[in-house]
Design a protein around this ligand. Sequence first.
Ligand code: ZN
Length: 138
Amino acid sequence: MQTEHATKPGVVRPMMNRDSQFFWDGTALGELRIQSCNVCEALRFPPGPACPDCGAFDRGYVVGLGTGTVFSYVVHRHPPVPGKDLPIVIALVDLDEGVRMVAEVVDVPDDEIEIGMRLRVDFNQVDEDLTLPIWRRA
Ligand code: ZN
């Protein structure tokens, strides 16, 4: 889905490793996956090898609803970001499942974004190897 803030070629690519691969496999399918502990069922973000609650290494994921609330945000105006038209709105979103995630917000003018705004996730397929989650006003 193209927007005035659509990501262009040359975007900085996220680091992918065995702890986060499930997340990127999910975005490619249009799923916002949240890592979970298979022992105590706690959810966590960002993904990591061990559960911060119980220490277990046995991990899985749940598919999130893709909805959340702005906890905080910044409007990035400078310096330039490869593959982006500035300004961009970056928010900390409290997902309805209870974890907090960094989020690029699109289609919300930088003077309208506010704490408490409801957002929903969408997905921006950059290329066949990368689909980034983006967030819109719910
Ligand atoms: Zn656990």
